[in-house]
Design a binder for this molecule. Structure first.
Ligand SMILES: Nc1ncnc2c1ncn2[C@@H]1O[C@H](COP(=O)(O)OP(=O)(O)OP(=O)(O)O)[C@@H](O)[C@H]1O
Ligand SMILES: [Mg+2]
Length: 248
């Protein structure tokens, strides 16, 4: 399988605290992967390292065969903008812009001529995410789940190769969380690689592979078989057992 990300022996410290201790991880193109682990174990730091959002102290991260540390700041910013989409726990949308403008904003800069096309694309994505009709709403006039869908639309505007999500369902109730996970699965089925951090066993159970982090290391992983038909409940039991086994 083709790898979209190959991280090798990644190390990262903040002051004296070793936050990533020799982490190696490979993500295959088309995978839907989740990262679990206790608070402070280094999940966000790892995601930032893999996406080039933050520098690493040692080791290597390759994206599509390109070594991230060898890229200039501009090249790295371009690569992130063109190939990666980011979804956070709380979408960082701007208060004085309506939902559609917020979605289109990141790809619009320097692209004013294509503005109409981008607006149409934004609208189409909103339709696909089930938030059509909310284009003109202010971000304070929609629900948390709707806001997160808008965040996903924004992440998809540039047709990314991979979507990174740092606890994308963390601020949502279980119904909205389920809807977001369903949307991410659909995006994944259409070919986009998805990598999310989650504390939610049910969310992790709906990905294909779960990495477990503890104290700056990947200590275990679970790979759900594509051949074996398993219910979400059965997978949740497996995730929970694994967490117990490795004491996280
Ligand atoms: N910018 C920073 N400066 C200093 N320390 C940091 C910084 N970012 C993270 N840390 C520390 O690194 C460790 C790992 O943080 P990280 O955010 O990766 O954890 P996490 O697994 O994502 O936790 P959570 O589940 O709470 O989000 C923590 O001890 C944190 O305090
Ligand atoms: Mg985190």
């Amino acid at each position: 399988m083709e790898k979209v990300i190959v991280g090798t022996n990644i190390r990262k410290s903040f002051g004296h605290e070793k936050v990533l201790r020799n982490v190696s991880v490979e993500i295959e193109t088309g995978e839907f992967i989740s990262i679990m682990g206790p608070s402070g174990s280094g999940k966000t730091t790892l995601m930032f390292a893999l996406s080039g959002m933050d520098e690493i102290d040692a080791g290597s991260v390759q994206f599509d065969g390109k070594e991230l540390v060898s890229l200039s700041d501009n090249a790295l910013a371009d690569l992130r903008r063109e190939q990666m989409g980011f979804v956070f726990q709380q979408p960082t949308l701007l208060k004085n812009l309506n939902l559609l403008d917020n979605i289109v904003l990141p790809v619009q800069k320097g692209n004013e001529k294509k503005s109409k096309m981008l607006m149409e694309k934004g609208q189409k994505l909103m339709d696909q995410m089930g938030i059509a009709g909310l284009e003109q709403r202010d971000i304070t006039q929609v629900s948390g789940g709707q806001l997160q869908r808008a965040g996903i639309c924004r992440a998809l505007m540039g047709n990314p190769k991979i979507i990174f999500g740092d606890e994308p369902t963390g601020a949502l109730n279980s119904k909205s969380a389920q809807e977001i996970i369903y949307i991410l699965s659909e995006i994944n089925k259409q070919g986009t690689t998805v990598c999310i951090v989650t504390h939610d066993v049910k969310v992790a159970a709906q990905t294909q592979r779960v990495l477990f982090m503890s104290d700056g290391q990947i200590v275990s992983q679970l790979h759900f078989s594509r051949e074996r038909v398993q219910s979400i409940d059965e997978r949740m039991v497996e995730v929970t057992e694994k967490m117990r086994e490795i004491d996280i």
